[in-house]
Design a protein around this ligand. Sequence first.
Ligand code: ADP
Ligand code: MG
Length: 914
Amino acid sequence: MLSFFKRFVNYNEREITRLQKIVDQINLLDDKAKALKDADFPAETKSLQESIRSGEKKLDEVLPWSFALVREAGRRVNNMRHYDVQLMAGVALHEGKVVEQKTGEGKTLTATTALYLNALAGKGAHLVTVNDYLARRDAGWMGSIFHFLGMTTSAMISGASLLYDPEFTDADAHDPRLIHLRTVTRKEAYAADITYGINSEFGFDYLRDNMAQQLSGVVQRGFTFAIVDEADSVLIDEARTPHIISAPYEQDTSKYFEYAKIVKQLSPETDYIIDEKLRTAHLTEPGIEKIEKMLGIENIYEKDFEMVFHIEAALKAEVLFKKDKEYIVRGSEVVIVDEFTGRLLEGRRFSEGLHQAIEAKENVAIQRESRTLATVSLQNYFRMYEKLAGMTGTAATEAEEFSKIYKTEVLVMPTHRDMVRIDHPDMIYKTEAAKFNAVVEDIAEQYKKGRPVLVGTTAIDKNEHLSHLLKKRGIPHELLNAKNHEREASIIAQAGKKNAITVATNMAGRGVDIILGGDLKTENIKTDAQRKKAQAEWQKEHEIVTELGGLYVIGTERHESRRIDNQLRGRAGRQCDAGETRFYVSLEDDVMRIFGGEQISSMMTMLKFPEDQPLSHSMVSRAIEQAQIKVEGFHFDSRKHVVEYDDVLNKQREILYKMRHSILFGVEQDIDAFNTTVQQTIDEQIASMGASFFALQESDPEMQDQFSVDVATLFNLDPKKLKSLIEGRDQESFTKYIEENVAKQLEEKKKTVGPEIWNQVIRSMFLSSIDQYWTQHLTAIEDLREGINLRGYAQMDPLVEYKNEAFKLFEKLLDSIRYEAIRRMMYVEITMNPHGDEHEGHNHAHYNYNETPKKSLAEQVQPKAVKPVKAEKKASSPSVSEPSAEAKKKLGRNDLCPCGSGKKWKKCHFPNMP
Ligand code: ADP
Ligand code: MG
């Protein structure tokens, strides 16, 4: 069997031949495009759009002509005519492939063809960049081409959105590419035909959209086509970083103490019902009335739905959780005691507000924490696109990963002109000190000649160490390791000038090109004569630097991944420029120490060499590369493993967001789907409660009373009537009775306010229930994830256990949402504003409705959404499954059977079982 790599090479050759044939077709249309007048281009676009949107033609059929148009537009507008290899790469991007095109080959221009073609369908085409600067630069730069073609272009950056508008001039912009960008709203930016944007903003907008309470708050319009620039950096290195939107847990902690006081005044049985076995605590109708009186409010549900939830948590804390049994108090901290092992679960907290309730009960400070409102990894965000493409200077070494995780093929494009860069074999030293001395010597020598040098280091401390050594030698240099993208870009842009010495960490994913002789400075140029002069000066410097051998790249260490080394090398020798690269390594380097193994060190002893003498031998270079391949494989495996964990929550998010979507969009756009979701929720709840009732009747008749009260409480019904139906063992009439009564109650509410407002009220109650529990679910899953490897599952695969547990939590989540949404629907009271009567009909503006949270989730969000790099191994303890959540649902098939056998209900006294 051929190796993955060998197969990949064969495949690549065939693909290039195939793509060349398509480019031949495009070339045939060249004259036709050249013959068009400038004004004809938008009209051509329009007719293409019509043929695509009407379904008359497919994208592939109009590809050659579209590409020919874009190429001609590029030539006329920016004086850049797509090379054949750029068209080839454009076709591959359109096909959803990851394209490797060396640095400086012109990926920015390459992407325009595929973006234009895919934007014809009218659903938006996205180009994803690694930083704000590149999003602006590329939108401004390529925006002129799209504008010429009759398409709009936007840029989405942190905290702002811009639209390319040639009528607009930004006086502050000194880069000509940034001049025509006008500020617009997020929604307008997404409405553009083509959107350039930083990767994290796409992710955050997705999360924010899924927290919107109103349709108008949604800004994105689907995930049709995206090209990810610097794809390896975004889709592999950064892919797993979760994007998190969080909010402080509870700003006002005083209410926990208030609730703790309240529950002390309630009496068991009359005011609340507890169930020790199920560890639930529920308020009864009289209990609620009592609390309303104590607080001086009329309707507890009307004031704040979360209040009932918190009071019930306080109740559980009071009666079900005992100090020194379920938890201990140490100083001012409440620490959980593991119910199985009796060990302290350091740093862990009970979920669903219970921990805070216990803290209030014990009168210690409530620990504020930020809660995750929404989270998605870039990887999962990008996997939502119908078609995903990528481009980068270095993808080939990662072909297997792209194919397995993103199901995209990698294609390596030939360079436009032949490469003349010289890559020297590695220089190997015994010690790190000797290595750095040699590096400084090499730099000093180049500096004397005036040749520009780019030095790559793997970490900030090494980077600063080298800078220190250079300072001692009196060699001026630029140091690059901070995250200032604008400045970073300008440093790199000038790194090709005579005498420029640049010391940088990790060059991957920077997206700025090093031009020999530096960037042509255009800021102060006013006249043609000035331009000519500047151009001539640049040309002279360019030639001098070329004469000196072009850019000289020094690597001071081999990175763990060959790809990162290739990124660094790739900075030299762009577009047939002269250039040289060399890596310096020492036996003390991490890669060598950790992964080099016996092979290298025995080679070293065999080849015996002194401390300060380098060794340069292709055999050693090969051995190093082997070590790197080993590390890459190791990392790939661990990423693959992590993806399997991520997939679990990702599926759940998809399901939940879909449900949320049907509720959010339903009222305006699909009322049938909306009504179905609401009705189903009610039906499912009745059915599941009914099922548990009629099973329990046989095994545990004492629970009948409690359940009839519970059902009556939820649906606002008469418990006596329910009791008699249970006793009669007539599930059918039980169900019918609830259904009819619920429908009647809801019908009345609807009549009072009119269907329009009623639907909006339902929508907001559903959304707030979904959001509240989803947020809690995220925390629970986080805890589960952290704890799963620490659990002692003898012989069990933690992933399988994780999946099972996560599935249970998700079922619980859906149950809780259902229960809560219904409870809110049954108890909400809507009072019409009396002034509203002056107007005819029920105007939206004229109702008093107090259920919605004062602030929507999106508004509560901290302005700075955090993007933490999560430590993989946090010292943490097993997750604590939250017993109280049982309160929100009645018995499910997977719960323990109430008969006390310790078996699952479905395997024991479940009614349908033999
Ligand atoms: P990459 O992203 O592949 O590293 P860029 O898109 O930054 O490269 O482009 C590098 C340089 O090549 C830019 O200065 C651009 O103007 C130039 N360039 C790209 N394509 C062409 C072309 N077809 N004709 C002329 N110049 C081009
Ligand atoms: Mg680029």
